[in-house]
Design a protein around this ligand. Structure first.
Ligand code: APR
Ligand code: ZN
Length: 318
């Protein structure tokens, strides 16, 4: 559609690698929209490729999920958090090294060309590569929150349980519950009235609260699950960025998950779009489509531009 509109509105047509090189050379406000395909060379499977996470979950047969996406569904998580925690250690960002793609995004930023990196990935490798202006649209393991009292803690607070494949519980909720129980005991001993409502537990059934009452205080990494809204920062940033962006580079994503996949249609159609991916994506018509391994493509483009992609951060940088 964007190409069609360009033709109608007599905008220049871009369709070759040479055009991509020239657009990158002259752009000053590039949005990079990235997905799991930029981390596969680091050893982190993507989601929907034949050897991706969803295929692995399906083949494993270990988790009785009717759809592998339930692994990241908030309703399913509330009912059976132990399923996610039996799996989470496989995707927990540990000793991965940023790919040439992550470092290419850093290169764009170092050259003053990166408006923002909208990443769908939760592996925080963009940050490890030194990218400052990255928006983790689907959250990350960097922090975790209690489903009940919403207390937020550093992600490392639940790393032990993730590695031991246990369900982490909220220490504040637990302490509150203990205090309530102790109060109830002493109160009933002295014939005092029960404490009602709020966070103090009485004997009455814990009412379902917005964060799914029931078993109080389960900690969940701040990853956006299916069924949860994205952080409002996504809309705020896109609203601002759509006025400044002069080139959109989409890299390593199947563009299957809204609202991030709709970034392409939320920026003016006059803004050229370059799509770098192993496989074509039917529902998007970028101006320039560079199909192949993303690391190889960004390295080739950088060579053509006379840029050099920085080396991986040294281990000490972690
Ligand atoms: N080079 C280029 N492209 C690659 C490479 C590579 N080395 N490896 C994989 N790809 C491509 C795949 O062909 C695929 O089109 O990257 C894309 C990854 O698509 P998905 O697996 O669907 O991952 P992504 O688009 O990031 O998923 C978006 O879905 O499940 C949710 O929250 C999850 O953030 C994720 C979202
Ligand atoms: Zn809590």
């Amino acid at each position: 559609l964007s190409r069609l509109l360009r033709r109608r509105t007599k905008l220049p047509a871009y369709n070759s690698v040479d055009d991509a090189v020239s657009l990158l050379r002259h752009a000053k406000n590039i949005i990079v929209l990235s997905g799991a395909g930029i981390s596969t060379s680091c050893g982190i499977p993507d989601f929907r490729s034949a050897n991706g996470l969803y295929a692995q979950i399906q083949e494993d047969g270990e988790y009785d999920l009717s759809d592998p996406q339930e692994m990241f569904d908030i309703r399913y998580f509330r009912e059976q958090p132990e399923v996610f925690y039996s799996f989470a250690k496989q995707i927990y960002p540990s000793n991965f090294v940023p790919s040439p793609c992550h470092r290419w995004i850093k290169l764009l930023e170092d050259r003053g060309k990166l408006l923002r990196n909208y990443t769908q990935n939760i592996d925080t490798l963009e940050t490890l590569a030194g990218v400052q202006n990255v928006l983790q649209c689907h959250g990350s393991f960097a922090t975790a929150s209690c489903l009940r009292c919403r207390r937020r803690v550093p992600g490392t607070d639940i790393e032990g349980e993730i590695m031991r494949q246990e369900v982490p519980k909220c220490s504040v909720c637990r302490a509150e519950r203990e205090a309530a129980r102790a109060y109830e005991k002493s109160a009933s001993a002295k014939g005092k009235p029960k404490v009602k409502g709020g966070m103090i537990w009485g004997d009455e059934e814990e009412e379902e609260n917005e964060w799914g009452g029931g078993e109080p205080g389960i900690m969940k990494p701040d990853i956006t699950f299916f069924g949860q809204a994205l952080d409002s920062k996504f809309d705020e940033c896109l609203f601002k960025d759509r006025e400044k962006v002069d080139l959109l580079v989409i890299i390593g994503t199947s563009l299957k998950v809204a609202p991030v996949s709709e970034v392409c249609t939320h920026i003016p159609h006059s803004i050229p779009q370059i799509f770098i991916n192993l496989t074509p994506v039917a529902h998007v018509q970028p101006d320039i489509c560079l199909l192949g391994d993303a690391d190889t493509i960004v390295t080739y483009l950088s060579d053509r531009l006379g840029w050099s992609i920085p080396p991986p951060p040294s281990a000490s940088a972690k």
